[in-house]
Design a protein around this ligand. Structure first.
Ligand SMILES: CC(C)(COP(=O)(O)OP(=O)(O)OC[C@H]1O[C@@H](n2cnc3c(N)ncnc32)[C@H](O)[C@@H]1OP(=O)(O)O)[C@@H](O)C(=O)NCCC(=O)NCCS
Length: 254
């Protein structure tokens, strides 16, 4: 999908020719330049990064719950309302789940997608998807990171350094067509269990204190409030400080 978007731009823009530069005729006849989709993707990536920096403003503060699941405690996940399975993210999944520049989606939804695509670019690996058993298409995505990725986690900002026995599960996304079917609760429970493969006992996840849907989804996936984070960003995120206090059952909204 990405490739055909790049081809379309090449055909309509033909940048060099429009500027009257001498062009090799055989180049002109080529359906696409292999570099253009890459350039377009590079521009898109940097535009997303710039937009998210600007969105932070001069000063911003955020409160989040850090929820934790102890994989050694027995937990029976509630099944989703549709059949799902979980597998690692593949290259084509993101375009199916989170198409870019889809103007039929609301502005907020496009922002959610841009943020997650930017996260995917930065993180590179560790993504998992849930597959809708009815048509084999991805219907949920989330990223699982381990302590061996602490350098990357520090660069992402906003997360504590992970202990060896702890994993981080972040950036849940269910497309609007599949929301409210219990996919997050069921898929998140299954993805969290994959952390045992790299020796983690605990899995942490962060949720804005105002994100009720996500909070409920996490709790139904076996996560409990563990810490309360107060994150302060100054100067478009150049200074990024987090304070934590112990949280507990009484901190979770009823
Ligand atoms: C948050 C999100 C992942 C939930 O996905 P989902 O697959 O629809 O979640 P579930 O169906 O498992 O629902 C979880 C719970 O939230 C509830 N819920 C769903 N949408 C809700 C909404 N808009 N307001 C309040 N509760 C909501 C569900 O009813 C369910 O609770 P219940 O079991 O008591 O009925 C999805 O809404 C989404 O992708 N949102 C945008 C991105 C985002 O916020 N990600 C989380 C970042 S921390």
């Amino acid at each position: 999908m990405e490739r055909s978007m790049g081809d379309k731009v090449l055909q309509s823009e033909q940048p060099g020719l429009e500027m009257g530069q001498k062009q090799n005729a055989s180049w002109h006849n080529q359906p696409s330049s292999p570099h253009l989709p890459k350039t377009q993707e590079w521009l898109r990536k940097h535009r997303r990064r710039l937009a998210s920096r600007l969105a932070m403003g001069l000063i911003s503060s955020q409160s989040r719950y850090a929820l934790r699941r102890d994989l050694e405690l027995q937990f029976a996940p509630r099944p989703a309302k549709i059949p799902i399975t979980v597998r690692p993210l593949c290259a084509d999944d993101l375009d199916l789940l989170m198409p870019q520049d889809d103007l039929s989606r609301s502005f907020d939804e496009q922002q959610e997608i841009a943020w997650r695509r930017s996260f995917a670019d930065t993180v590179g690996s560790g993504g998992y998807v849930a597959i809708d058993g009815r048509d084999g298409r991805p219907c949920y995505v989330q990223w699982l990171l381990g302590a061996s990725q602490n350098d990357l986690i520090r660069r992402l900002g906003g997360f504590p350094r992970l202990d060896e026995d702890t994993a981080l599960l972040e950036n849940a996304y269910t497309p609007p067509s599949h929301r409210g079917l219990g996919i997050m609760s069921a898929a998140m429970a299954l993805i969290a269990e994959r952390a045992a493969a790299f020796g983690a006992r605990y899995v942490l996840t962060f949720v804005g204190t105002d994100n009720v849907a996500s909070l409920k989804g996490c709790q139904k996936a076996g996560f409990e409030v563990h810490l309360i984070q107060r994150r302060l960003r100054v100067g478009y995120g150049l200074i990024d400080v987090s304070l934590y206090r112990k949280g507990g059952v009484s901190d979770a909204p009823k």
